[in-house]
Design a binder for this molecule. Structure first.
Ligand code: EPU
Length: 443
């Protein structure tokens, strides 16, 4: 029988020590395709060694780039790029594969890229992205490839793109990035209004400026892009990962630990920090370290809190699931009125993982059309067999496993490896009893 890898955690130990944050996944997956626009070799530093980055390396090689990736550094030579299509087997492994569309549109005037994959957390429409490209004058539509049972994005007329004002219906990260990447190759000025303000949007703009683009206003709702500048190679270091930082902060707090998170950007973490302080966790920071102290006495029990996900600088949806794990034991187990309420405003279906937490003894009810989790505090979680239902749900299960009494075994680790670098080694270095095991594939 085939073996599959699972995470095994013996919980109940507070995390203690110092840990460094990796480079941001969601920056990396935009900046790697963007490097093709440089026309000359680029070196990207501080890239996380995660599955999504490895898949993008394959995609870049497929379209003809030379790529080397070692020790978190990627060298990309785009001079041999000669294809404008991406195979479905690669595109469907991740969300960000569609960032190749505006890049190939700029290089060849055309692109054929299958609809992207990514986490199953509800509908993820791309209407705003299509609108952005079309406003600039490209033709773009989603076509069915009936014989192969998938849809692909077909984009044309990239050579005639002209800058314009693009007003997004909502500050979508994907639409902002896709429009920015197309605008770099469009003649004249593009203004993206109601743009996403996430740190990875700013990081992409900084990278594009480093290779010659002229972009101003990233991080505000209005981004201005003057297209068709002379582009060139550069060396660029990816920003620290906001979501990994937050996952580590929540894991430290949830295990009542004492952890220094090094190489972080405290400024990106303000929404989470405010909620942790409200829950009774001590959070301090200096320029690039965050210190989490959560006491272990009965009087230090975390308080119940309410959280609503929003676009940046609000509370990030990608930390909603790890936050729910931490809140399973926050508040009073004897007073059901004192529950935490977590409301998911970005995705329609990002609470599926709460069934897994309930298997560990949590008491979570989902209401509000699947958008609201009512978390009644329980005394403790108890380890059992659970699965990661998507990437950040996987992070939530790891936190739950670290909190729980006894042994937790988590399957579907490939979801976790899409976005977290060296998760086993990192948590082990903080004293966790966590290991990757192999078991018969009997599921
Ligand atoms: N939306 C639309 N139409 C669009 C685009 C978005 O209706 O054309 C709505 C949808 O409801 C969608 C929501 O807006 O579900 C958020 O979409 P957005 O475009 O902002 O998200 P994304 O670009 O698909 C990125 C991250 C996600 C993160 C979201 C929100 C990448 C590769 N992915 O997704 O990260 O949750 O922004 O911050 O950057 C993760 O890392 O686990 C992850 C899912």
């Amino acid at each position: 029988m085939a073996k599959i890898r699972k995470l095994s955690i013996r919980g109940g130990k507070p995390l203690c020590g110092r840990i460094s944050v990796s480079g941001a996944k969601n920056s990396s997956v935009a900046i790697i395709p963007a490097a093709l626009l440089a026309g000359e070799p680029c070196t990207l530093e501080n890239l996380p060694d995660i599955e999504d980055v490895r898949v993008l390396k394959e995609i870049l090689e497929w379209v003809g780039a030379k790529v080397e990736f070692e020790n978190n550094e990627m060298w990309i030579d785009p001079t041999g790029v000669n294809r404008f299509d991406v195979p479905a087997r690669l595109a469907q492994k991740m969300r960000a594969s569609y960032y190749l569309v505006p890049v190939l549109l700029g290089l060849f005037g055309k692109a054929d890229v299958p609809m992207p994959g990514g986490c199953n957390i509800g509908a993820r429409p791309i209407d705003q992205t299509l609108k952005g490209w079309r406003m600039l004058g490209a033709e773009a539509e989603v076509q069915s490839v009936i014989e192969l049972d998938y849809d692909k994005i077909v984009a044309r007329n990239g050579e005639n793109m002209r800058g314009r004002e693009v007003l997004l219906d909502m500050p979508s990260v994907g639409a902002t990035i896709n429009t920015m990447l197309a605008a770099v190759s469009a003649e004249g000025l593009t203004i993206i209004r109601n743009a996403a303000k996430e740190p990875h949007v700013v990081d992409l703009a900084n990278f594009l400026n480093a290779i010659g683009a002229k972009i101003r206003g990233a991080g505000t709702p209005d981004i201005r892009i003057w297209g068709r500048q002379r582009m060139h190679g550069s060396t660029y270091s990816i920003v620290p990962d906001q979501i990994e930082t937050g996952t580590l902060m929540l894991a430290a707090a949830a295990t009542r630990g004492d952890v220094t998170i090094a190489g972080a950007v405290p400024f990106h973490m303000e929404a989470l920090t405010a909620k942790l302080l409200e829950a009774g966790v001590r959070v301090e920071d200096d320029e690039e370290n965050i210190f989490i102290h959560a006491g272990r006495g009965d009087r230090d029990r975390l308080r119940h809190i309410n959280v609503t996900t929003q676009t940046y600088p609000g509370f990030p949806t990608d930390l909603q699931q790890p936050m729910v794990a931490m809140l399973t034991t926050a508040g009073s187990p004897t007073d059901r009125e004192k529950m935490s309420v977590v409301t998911e405003k970005i995705y329609e279906s990002r609470f599926e993982f709460t069934n897994e937490l309930n298997k560990m003894g949590a008491s979570i009810e989902i209401t509000g059309n699947g958008r609201v989790a009512c978390i009644h505090s329980v005394e403790k979680l108890v380890g059992t067999r659970v699965k990661a239902t998507d990437l950040r749900a996987g992070a939530a299960m790891v936190i739950a496993g670290l909190m729980a009494e006894g042994r937790t075994i988590i399957s579907n680790v490939h979801f976790i490896e899409r976005g977290y670098e060296n998760i086993v080694e990192k948590f082990r270095s903080l004293g966790a009893d966590i290991e990757m095991i192999e078991e018969d594939d009997d599921e």
